[in-house]
Design a protein around this ligand. Structure first.
Ligand code: PLP
Length: 397
Protein backbone atom coordinates (compact mmCIF):
# COMPACT_ATOMS: atom_id res chain seq x y z
CA UNK A 1 0.00 0.00 0.00
CA UNK A 2 1.40 3.39 -0.96
CA UNK A 3 0.33 6.96 -0.34
CA UNK A 4 -2.24 7.20 -3.12
CA UNK A 5 -2.26 10.97 -3.31
CA UNK A 6 1.53 10.97 -3.81
CA UNK A 7 1.31 8.28 -6.49
CA UNK A 8 -1.31 10.37 -8.27
CA UNK A 9 0.80 13.53 -7.99
CA UNK A 10 3.89 11.75 -9.28
CA UNK A 11 2.02 10.29 -12.25
CA UNK A 12 0.25 13.49 -13.20
CA UNK A 13 2.94 15.69 -14.68
CA UNK A 14 2.11 19.39 -14.64
CA UNK A 15 0.72 20.66 -17.95
CA UNK A 16 3.80 22.89 -18.29
CA UNK A 17 6.14 19.89 -17.98
CA UNK A 18 3.90 17.94 -20.38
CA UNK A 19 4.16 20.69 -23.01
CA UNK A 20 7.89 21.05 -22.42
CA UNK A 21 8.37 17.30 -23.06
CA UNK A 22 6.14 17.49 -26.15
CA UNK A 23 8.34 20.37 -27.39
CA UNK A 24 11.45 18.21 -27.00
CA UNK A 25 9.94 15.34 -28.98
CA UNK A 26 8.64 17.71 -31.65
CA UNK A 27 12.10 19.30 -31.90
CA UNK A 28 13.55 15.89 -32.68
CA UNK A 29 11.09 15.64 -35.63
CA UNK A 30 11.18 19.12 -37.15
CA UNK A 31 14.30 20.72 -35.66
CA UNK A 32 14.62 22.79 -32.48
CA UNK A 33 14.54 26.07 -34.42
CA UNK A 34 11.06 25.25 -35.75
CA UNK A 35 9.46 24.69 -32.36
CA UNK A 36 8.36 27.85 -30.56
CA UNK A 37 8.30 26.73 -26.98
CA UNK A 38 6.77 29.44 -24.80
CA UNK A 39 5.86 26.99 -22.05
CA UNK A 40 8.46 27.15 -19.34
CA UNK A 41 9.78 29.96 -17.12
CA UNK A 42 13.44 29.00 -17.35
CA UNK A 43 15.50 32.22 -17.61
CA UNK A 44 17.42 32.34 -20.89
CA UNK A 45 19.57 35.32 -19.88
CA UNK A 46 22.87 34.16 -18.36
CA UNK A 47 23.74 34.80 -14.72
CA UNK A 48 25.88 37.92 -14.22
CA UNK A 49 29.66 37.51 -14.60
CA UNK A 50 30.06 38.21 -10.87
CA UNK A 51 28.24 34.92 -10.14
CA UNK A 52 30.81 32.95 -12.12
CA UNK A 53 33.63 34.80 -10.37
CA UNK A 54 32.07 34.14 -6.95
CA UNK A 55 31.77 30.41 -7.75
CA UNK A 56 35.43 30.27 -8.84
CA UNK A 57 36.62 32.15 -5.73
CA UNK A 58 34.57 30.02 -3.36
CA UNK A 59 35.67 26.79 -5.09
CA UNK A 60 39.31 27.87 -4.83
CA UNK A 61 38.95 28.53 -1.09
CA UNK A 62 38.45 26.22 1.87
CA UNK A 63 36.59 23.15 0.49
CA UNK A 64 34.97 22.34 3.82
CA UNK A 65 33.50 25.84 4.01
CA UNK A 66 32.49 25.70 0.33
CA UNK A 67 30.69 22.37 0.41
CA UNK A 68 29.98 21.54 4.07
CA UNK A 69 26.69 21.65 5.93
CA UNK A 70 25.77 25.05 7.30
CA UNK A 71 23.43 25.83 10.19
CA UNK A 72 19.93 24.63 9.31
CA UNK A 73 18.73 28.21 8.86
CA UNK A 74 21.79 29.10 6.74
CA UNK A 75 25.29 30.36 7.44
CA UNK A 76 25.15 33.15 10.04
CA UNK A 77 27.55 35.45 8.15
CA UNK A 78 25.61 34.95 4.89
CA UNK A 79 22.31 35.72 6.62
CA UNK A 80 23.84 38.85 8.12
CA UNK A 81 25.04 40.03 4.70
CA UNK A 82 21.69 39.32 3.04
CA UNK A 83 19.83 41.16 5.82
CA UNK A 84 22.17 44.15 5.40
CA UNK A 85 21.51 44.10 1.66
CA UNK A 86 17.71 44.09 2.24
CA UNK A 87 18.08 46.95 4.75
CA UNK A 88 20.08 49.07 2.29
CA UNK A 89 17.36 48.65 -0.30
CA UNK A 90 14.25 49.04 1.79
CA UNK A 91 15.38 51.07 4.80
CA UNK A 92 14.45 48.20 7.14
CA UNK A 93 16.42 47.05 10.19
CA UNK A 94 16.42 43.26 9.90
CA UNK A 95 19.17 41.05 11.26
CA UNK A 96 20.34 37.72 9.90
CA UNK A 97 18.10 36.09 12.51
CA UNK A 98 15.05 37.14 10.49
CA UNK A 99 16.18 35.01 7.54
CA UNK A 100 15.87 31.28 6.90
CA UNK A 101 17.73 30.27 3.74
CA UNK A 102 16.04 27.77 1.46
CA UNK A 103 16.33 25.77 -1.76
CA UNK A 104 14.54 28.50 -3.77
CA UNK A 105 11.07 29.99 -3.38
CA UNK A 106 9.43 26.57 -3.74
CA UNK A 107 11.06 25.40 -0.50
CA UNK A 108 10.46 28.78 1.14
CA UNK A 109 6.72 28.46 0.40
CA UNK A 110 6.55 24.80 1.42
CA UNK A 111 8.14 25.39 4.83
CA UNK A 112 5.96 28.46 5.39
CA UNK A 113 2.71 26.62 4.63
CA UNK A 114 3.80 23.69 6.79
CA UNK A 115 4.87 25.99 9.64
CA UNK A 116 1.54 27.84 9.66
CA UNK A 117 -0.94 25.01 9.20
CA UNK A 118 -3.20 23.86 12.05
CA UNK A 119 -6.10 21.44 11.43
CA UNK A 120 -8.89 23.10 9.44
CA UNK A 121 -6.79 26.04 8.21
CA UNK A 122 -7.38 27.68 4.85
CA UNK A 123 -4.97 29.57 2.58
CA UNK A 124 -6.20 32.03 -0.03
CA UNK A 125 -4.57 32.42 -3.44
CA UNK A 126 -5.50 34.86 -6.21
CA UNK A 127 -6.19 33.63 -9.74
CA UNK A 128 -4.27 33.57 -11.95
CA UNK A 129 -1.73 31.87 -9.66
CA UNK A 130 1.40 29.68 -9.77
CA UNK A 131 -0.13 26.15 -9.86
CA UNK A 132 2.34 24.67 -7.37
CA UNK A 133 0.70 26.69 -4.56
CA UNK A 134 -2.19 24.26 -4.59
CA UNK A 135 0.16 21.29 -4.40
CA UNK A 136 2.21 22.76 -1.53
CA UNK A 137 -0.88 23.85 0.43
CA UNK A 138 -3.10 20.80 -0.04
CA UNK A 139 -0.77 17.85 -0.54
CA UNK A 140 2.22 19.30 1.36
CA UNK A 141 0.70 21.05 4.36
CA UNK A 142 -2.72 19.34 4.42
CA UNK A 143 -4.60 22.66 4.41
CA UNK A 144 -7.38 23.92 2.15
CA UNK A 145 -6.52 26.13 -0.83
CA UNK A 146 -9.21 28.72 -1.57
CA UNK A 147 -9.04 30.49 -4.94
CA UNK A 148 -10.18 34.10 -5.43
CA UNK A 149 -11.42 34.55 -9.02
CA UNK A 150 -9.53 37.11 -11.09
CA UNK A 151 -10.33 40.65 -12.00
CA UNK A 152 -9.65 40.13 -15.71
CA UNK A 153 -9.65 43.81 -16.66
CA UNK A 154 -6.36 44.48 -14.86
CA UNK A 155 -5.45 41.37 -12.81
CA UNK A 156 -5.24 43.45 -9.65
CA UNK A 157 -7.04 41.98 -6.62
CA UNK A 158 -10.76 41.32 -6.93
CA UNK A 159 -11.76 42.62 -3.49
CA UNK A 160 -15.44 41.71 -3.75
CA UNK A 161 -14.53 38.10 -4.41
CA UNK A 162 -11.84 38.18 -1.71
CA UNK A 163 -14.46 39.23 0.81
CA UNK A 164 -16.48 36.09 0.03
CA UNK A 165 -13.43 33.85 0.61
CA UNK A 166 -12.23 35.25 3.96
CA UNK A 167 -13.48 33.55 7.14
CA UNK A 168 -12.27 32.64 10.62
CA UNK A 169 -10.38 29.63 9.21
CA UNK A 170 -8.23 31.82 6.95
CA UNK A 171 -4.64 31.43 8.11
CA UNK A 172 -2.87 33.32 5.34
CA UNK A 173 -3.11 34.79 1.85
CA UNK A 174 -0.51 34.37 -0.87
CA UNK A 175 0.31 37.22 -3.22
CA UNK A 176 2.79 37.16 -6.09
CA UNK A 177 3.85 40.45 -7.61
CA UNK A 178 5.21 40.71 -10.27
CA UNK A 179 2.92 37.84 -11.09
CA UNK A 180 3.44 34.54 -12.80
CA UNK A 181 1.48 34.21 -15.12
CA UNK A 182 -0.03 37.71 -15.68
CA UNK A 183 3.17 39.79 -15.37
CA UNK A 184 1.10 42.33 -13.42
CA UNK A 185 2.64 44.31 -10.55
CA UNK A 186 0.28 45.07 -7.66
CA UNK A 187 -0.03 48.81 -7.23
CA UNK A 188 0.59 50.56 -3.92
CA UNK A 189 -3.16 51.23 -3.81
CA UNK A 190 -3.91 47.50 -4.08
CA UNK A 191 -1.43 46.65 -1.30
CA UNK A 192 -2.80 49.41 0.98
CA UNK A 193 -6.38 48.24 0.46
CA UNK A 194 -5.38 44.64 1.08
CA UNK A 195 -3.58 45.64 4.30
CA UNK A 196 -6.70 47.47 5.47
CA UNK A 197 -8.95 44.47 4.77
CA UNK A 198 -6.58 42.10 6.56
CA UNK A 199 -6.20 44.36 9.59
CA UNK A 200 -9.98 44.56 9.91
CA UNK A 201 -10.52 40.84 9.43
CA UNK A 202 -7.69 39.87 11.82
CA UNK A 203 -9.39 42.00 14.46
CA UNK A 204 -12.81 40.58 13.71
CA UNK A 205 -11.61 36.95 13.87
CA UNK A 206 -9.34 37.54 16.85
CA UNK A 207 -6.22 36.08 15.26
CA UNK A 208 -3.61 37.32 12.79
CA UNK A 209 -4.08 36.60 9.10
CA UNK A 210 -0.61 36.32 7.60
CA UNK A 211 0.25 37.64 4.16
CA UNK A 212 2.79 35.51 2.30
CA UNK A 213 4.50 37.58 -0.36
CA UNK A 214 6.05 35.29 -2.98
CA UNK A 215 8.61 37.45 -4.75
CA UNK A 216 10.87 35.56 -7.16
CA UNK A 217 10.33 38.26 -9.82
CA UNK A 218 10.82 41.30 -7.55
CA UNK A 219 13.63 42.83 -9.62
CA UNK A 220 12.22 41.92 -13.04
CA UNK A 221 10.18 45.06 -13.75
CA UNK A 222 9.96 47.47 -16.68
CA UNK A 223 9.30 51.15 -17.36
CA UNK A 224 10.29 52.12 -13.81
CA UNK A 225 7.46 50.12 -12.20
CA UNK A 226 7.68 50.17 -8.40
CA UNK A 227 7.07 46.97 -6.44
CA UNK A 228 5.84 47.97 -2.96
CA UNK A 229 7.86 46.30 -0.18
CA UNK A 230 4.94 44.53 1.47
CA UNK A 231 6.23 44.36 5.12
CA UNK A 232 6.18 48.18 5.12
CA UNK A 233 2.40 48.08 4.50
CA UNK A 234 1.23 45.06 6.51
CA UNK A 235 2.90 43.89 9.70
CA UNK A 236 2.02 40.21 9.52
CA UNK A 237 3.86 39.66 6.24
CA UNK A 238 6.20 36.76 5.49
CA UNK A 239 8.40 37.17 2.41
CA UNK A 240 9.40 34.18 0.27
CA UNK A 241 12.22 35.14 -2.07
CA UNK A 242 14.39 33.40 -4.64
CA UNK A 243 17.50 34.08 -6.72
CA UNK A 244 16.24 31.71 -9.45
CA UNK A 245 15.03 34.51 -11.72
CA UNK A 246 16.88 37.64 -10.54
CA UNK A 247 20.31 36.00 -10.86
CA UNK A 248 19.24 33.36 -13.44
CA UNK A 249 20.11 30.50 -11.07
CA UNK A 250 16.98 28.30 -11.09
CA UNK A 251 18.85 25.02 -11.02
CA UNK A 252 21.02 26.01 -8.08
CA UNK A 253 18.09 26.28 -5.67
CA UNK A 254 18.68 29.27 -3.44
CA UNK A 255 16.26 31.66 -1.75
CA UNK A 256 14.97 32.61 1.69
CA UNK A 257 12.05 33.18 4.01
CA UNK A 258 12.06 36.58 5.72
CA UNK A 259 10.16 36.70 9.02
CA UNK A 260 10.04 40.36 10.09
CA UNK A 261 10.24 40.80 13.89
CA UNK A 262 7.08 42.93 13.69
CA UNK A 263 5.00 39.94 12.50
CA UNK A 264 2.69 38.34 15.07
CA UNK A 265 4.44 35.66 17.16
CA UNK A 266 7.57 36.17 15.05
CA UNK A 267 9.93 34.21 17.32
CA UNK A 268 7.66 31.16 17.35
CA UNK A 269 6.90 31.60 13.66
CA UNK A 270 10.63 31.53 12.87
CA UNK A 271 11.03 28.45 15.08
CA UNK A 272 8.10 26.78 13.27
CA UNK A 273 9.75 27.48 9.93
CA UNK A 274 12.98 25.86 11.19
CA UNK A 275 10.87 22.93 12.44
CA UNK A 276 9.08 22.58 9.11
CA UNK A 277 12.41 22.64 7.25
CA UNK A 278 13.58 19.84 9.50
CA UNK A 279 10.45 17.73 8.98
CA UNK A 280 10.65 18.20 5.21
CA UNK A 281 14.31 17.14 5.25
CA UNK A 282 15.82 20.29 3.78
CA UNK A 283 18.82 20.11 6.19
CA UNK A 284 20.27 23.39 4.88
CA UNK A 285 20.14 25.43 1.68
CA UNK A 286 22.88 24.65 -0.87
CA UNK A 287 26.05 25.72 0.83
CA UNK A 288 28.06 27.18 -2.04
CA UNK A 289 25.12 29.16 -3.37
CA UNK A 290 24.38 30.65 0.02
CA UNK A 291 27.77 32.34 -0.34
CA UNK A 292 27.24 33.22 -3.98
CA UNK A 293 23.95 34.90 -3.05
CA UNK A 294 25.64 36.90 -0.29
CA UNK A 295 28.21 38.21 -2.77
CA UNK A 296 25.82 38.94 -5.64
CA UNK A 297 22.58 39.93 -3.86
CA UNK A 298 22.67 43.48 -5.17
CA UNK A 299 22.87 42.40 -8.82
CA UNK A 300 20.54 41.02 -11.44
CA UNK A 301 20.88 39.27 -14.78
CA UNK A 302 20.46 41.60 -17.77
CA UNK A 303 16.70 42.15 -17.73
CA UNK A 304 16.82 44.53 -20.73
CA UNK A 305 16.51 41.43 -22.90
CA UNK A 306 13.20 40.52 -21.27
CA UNK A 307 11.92 44.04 -21.78
CA UNK A 308 12.78 43.94 -25.46
CA UNK A 309 10.95 40.59 -25.70
CA UNK A 310 7.92 41.91 -23.85
CA UNK A 311 7.67 44.96 -26.11
CA UNK A 312 8.02 42.96 -29.29
CA UNK A 313 5.47 40.35 -28.26
CA UNK A 314 2.96 42.67 -26.60
CA UNK A 315 2.95 45.17 -29.49
CA UNK A 316 2.94 42.42 -32.11
CA UNK A 317 0.06 40.48 -30.57
CA UNK A 318 -2.14 43.44 -29.70
CA UNK A 319 -1.79 44.75 -33.26
CA UNK A 320 -3.08 41.39 -34.49
CA UNK A 321 -6.14 41.74 -32.25
CA UNK A 322 -5.09 39.65 -29.26
CA UNK A 323 -6.30 41.20 -26.04
CA UNK A 324 -3.85 41.39 -23.16
CA UNK A 325 -3.16 43.36 -19.96
CA UNK A 326 0.26 44.97 -20.44
CA UNK A 327 2.66 43.23 -18.07
CA UNK A 328 4.98 45.45 -16.03
CA UNK A 329 7.16 42.64 -14.77
CA UNK A 330 8.24 38.97 -14.73
CA UNK A 331 8.61 37.37 -18.18
CA UNK A 332 5.10 36.25 -19.01
CA UNK A 333 2.26 37.53 -21.14
CA UNK A 334 -1.28 36.35 -20.35
CA UNK A 335 -3.56 37.19 -23.30
CA UNK A 336 -7.11 36.01 -23.78
CA UNK A 337 -7.37 32.88 -25.88
CA UNK A 338 -9.23 33.41 -29.15
CA UNK A 339 -11.85 30.85 -28.15
CA UNK A 340 -13.41 30.35 -24.73
CA UNK A 341 -11.85 26.88 -24.40
CA UNK A 342 -8.20 27.76 -23.72
CA UNK A 343 -7.10 24.12 -23.97
CA UNK A 344 -8.62 23.82 -27.46
CA UNK A 345 -6.90 27.09 -28.38
CA UNK A 346 -3.53 25.73 -27.22
CA UNK A 347 -4.12 22.58 -29.29
CA UNK A 348 -4.76 24.69 -32.38
CA UNK A 349 -1.64 26.78 -31.64
CA UNK A 350 0.33 23.52 -31.61
CA UNK A 351 -0.50 23.06 -35.29
CA UNK A 352 1.84 26.02 -35.87
CA UNK A 353 4.34 24.63 -33.35
CA UNK A 354 3.46 27.45 -30.95
CA UNK A 355 3.56 25.93 -27.47
CA UNK A 356 1.44 27.88 -24.97
CA UNK A 357 0.05 26.99 -21.55
CA UNK A 358 -3.74 27.09 -20.94
CA UNK A 359 -4.89 29.68 -18.40
CA UNK A 360 -7.09 27.02 -16.78
CA UNK A 361 -3.91 25.68 -15.18
CA UNK A 362 -3.50 29.02 -13.41
CA UNK A 363 -7.13 29.27 -12.35
CA UNK A 364 -8.02 31.70 -15.16
CA UNK A 365 -9.77 29.92 -18.05
CA UNK A 366 -10.06 31.77 -21.34
CA UNK A 367 -6.42 32.89 -21.23
CA UNK A 368 -3.05 31.46 -22.18
CA UNK A 369 0.40 32.00 -20.74
CA UNK A 370 3.25 32.89 -23.06
CA UNK A 371 6.62 32.67 -21.36
CA UNK A 372 8.96 35.06 -23.18
CA UNK A 373 12.29 34.20 -21.55
CA UNK A 374 13.40 32.99 -24.98
CA UNK A 375 15.71 34.36 -27.67
CA UNK A 376 14.34 37.56 -29.21
CA UNK A 377 14.78 35.96 -32.63
CA UNK A 378 12.39 33.18 -31.58
CA UNK A 379 9.71 35.81 -30.93
CA UNK A 380 10.41 37.55 -34.27
CA UNK A 381 9.96 34.26 -36.12
CA UNK A 382 6.91 33.26 -34.07
CA UNK A 383 4.91 36.46 -34.69
CA UNK A 384 3.80 35.52 -38.24
CA UNK A 385 2.57 32.19 -36.81
CA UNK A 386 0.53 34.01 -34.17
CA UNK A 387 -0.91 36.06 -37.07
CA UNK A 388 -1.88 32.86 -38.94
CA UNK A 389 -3.49 31.52 -35.78
CA UNK A 390 -5.52 34.73 -35.41
CA UNK A 391 -6.48 34.51 -39.10
CA UNK A 392 -7.85 30.98 -38.53
CA UNK A 393 -10.22 32.36 -35.92
CA UNK A 394 -11.20 35.31 -38.10
CA UNK A 395 -12.22 32.74 -40.72
CA UNK A 396 -14.19 30.62 -38.25
CA UNK A 397 -16.27 33.60 -37.11
N1 PLP B 1 6.72 31.22 -7.17
C1 PLP B 1 6.47 31.58 -8.44
C2 PLP B 1 5.39 32.57 -8.68
C3 PLP B 1 7.19 31.03 -9.50
O1 PLP B 1 6.92 31.43 -10.75
C4 PLP B 1 8.20 30.08 -9.22
C5 PLP B 1 8.95 29.44 -10.31
O2 PLP B 1 8.71 29.59 -11.48
C6 PLP B 1 8.43 29.74 -7.88
C7 PLP B 1 7.67 30.32 -6.89
C8 PLP B 1 9.47 28.74 -7.51
O3 PLP B 1 10.72 29.26 -7.81
P1 PLP B 1 12.08 28.63 -7.29
O4 PLP B 1 12.86 28.24 -8.49
O5 PLP B 1 12.75 29.74 -6.56
O6 PLP B 1 11.75 27.51 -6.39
Amino acid sequence: MLAENMVALGKRRSTIREIFEYGNSRAAEVGRENVFDFSIGNPNVPAPESVRQAILDIAAGDPVAAHGYTSAQGDAAVRGELAASINRRFGSDYTGDCLYLTAGAAAALSVTFKALTCPGDEFIVFAPFFPEYQCFIESGAGAKCVVVPPSVADFQINFEELDKCLNEKTKALVINSPCNPSGVVYSEQTICRLAQVLNEKSKEYGHPIYLISDEPYREIVYDGAEVPFVPHYYMDTIVCYSYSKSLSLPGERIGYVLVPPQAADSADLYAAICGAGRVLGYVCAPSMFQRVAARCAAETADIRIYRENRDLLFEGLTKMGYSCVKPEGAFYLFPQSLEADDRAFCERAKQYDLLLVPGTDFGAPGHVRISYCVHTETIRRALPLFAKLAADYAEIQ
